[in-house]
Design a protein around this ligand. Structure first.
Ligand code: PMP
Length: 354
């Protein structure tokens, strides 16, 4: 039976990425060695890193004056690396859910954290739009896609630099990189396997803080060493490169955004139509990547039955995060429209049974 992978992350990757990576695990670039066995300083691997960086710049239209890095430690390490390198006495944070809160927690080790707004009053089912941002804050941090709560956040219009955690929607829609001092994303959604973390940082934003920065946590060290200050995660970076090549082949970020809008509409339309289900996020803030929904109150006792039914139809990873309940269908770039259609068909069939 065909499997439909709705996991939130690690999550579905393009067939192309898996096939090319599988080949390179056995024989990388004609070396007769596995990509896991060659030096990160070999000319073959340096070429992988260089092309990956170049494709990130091309696909996201990264302006001059920014560096692209592949680091380790996940987005969670960026929660502290960002303030370590960029926060003066004060930083502003928009709180749209669990991941924003975790970022704030780390920033508090470095100075005053101002929560400009929070949607915690409604279990993060919307995105606050009206808020004041202190002019003396070093930056405003936001989470561009809330993986758990299924909301998306557009870059806020403010007069201070932005930092964005784009872990769960990077490469799914265009980004105005120039508005940001820093963008970071764990690879394991739209890019590759876990183990690599993408960082895009504005060079001139660095070197302004007074505190000493340990070597491994200093972006400048990683820039100087082109992501090879220490051994990079070679296999994940290789896989990321394959996804970037695939994305370019699809027509890039602008083209995939159109597909993403179509896929999300297909599913949200069904959730809105079907008497058994309702969406959890308010309409205007709905994520294109993580579609969160629950049973309507009168059918709430059918939750487990629907999950079992979906599993019997090959749907994997639909169970919602415990802080929202219900279901979450993660429909990242690599998710084919056929899989979204299969979920819609399953929901319609289940409705007929009740
Ligand atoms: N931010 C967001 C938006 C996420 O979805 C996640 C992981 N699901 C993280 C941060 C944490 O990422 P990591 O596990 O790579 O540290």
């Amino acid at each position: 039976m065909k499997k439909h992978n709705f996991y939130a992350g690690p999550s579905i990757l393009p067939e192309f990425t898996k096939e090319k990576t599988a080949e390179a695990v056995v024989n990388f670039a004609g070396t007769g060695l596995s990509v896991m066995e060659v030096s990160h300083r070999s000319k073959e691997f340096v070429a992988v890193m260089d092309e990956a960086v170049a494709l990130v710049k091309e696909l996201l239209k990264v302006p001059e004056g920014y560096s692209v890095l592949f680091l380790q430690g996940g987005a969670s390490l960026q929660f502290l690396m960002a303030p370590y390198n960029l926060m003066g006495a004060k930083a502003a944070y928009l709180n749209t859910g669990v991941w924003s809160k975790k970022a704030m927690k780390e920033a508090k080790f470095f100075g005053e954290v101002v929560e400009v707004a929070s949607s915690g009053d409604a279990n993060f089912n919307y995105v606050p739009k009206q808020f004041d941002t202190p002019a003396d804050a070093s930056y405003l941090h936001y989470t561009s896609n809330n993986t758990i709560f299924g909301t998306k956040v557009d870059a806020p219009e403010v007069n201070i630099p932005l930092i964005a955690d784009m872990s769960s929607d990077i490469f799914s829609r265009p980004v105005d990189v120039a508005k940001h001092d820093l963008i970071y994303a764990g690879a394991q959604k739209n890019l590759g396997p876990s183990g690599a973390t993408l960082v895009i940082v504005k060079d001139e934003a660095l070197g302004k803080v007074d505190r000493p920065i340990p070597t491994m946590l200093d972006y400048r060290i990683h820039i100087q060493n082109e992501s090879m200050f220490n051994t990079p995660s070679t296999l994940p970076v290789f896989a990321c490169l394959q996804t970037l090549r695939w994305l370019k082949e699809q027509g890039g970020v602008e083209a995939i955004e159109k597909v993403n809008i179509e896929k999300a509409a297909l599913l949200y339309d069904e959730i809105d139509r079907n008497k058994l289900f309702q969406a959890t996020a308010v309409k205007e803030d709905r994520s294109l990547m993580n579609v969160t929904f629950v049973m309507t109150p009168e059918f709430v006792e059918l939750e487990k039955e629907f999950n079992d039914f979906a599993v019997s139809r090959g749907m994997i990873g639909l169970k919602g995060h415990r802080s929202v309940g219900g279901f979450r269908a993660s429909i990242y770039n690599a998710m084919p429209v056929d899989s979204v259609q299969a979920l819609v068909d399953t929901m319609q069939e289940f409705e007929k049974m009740h």
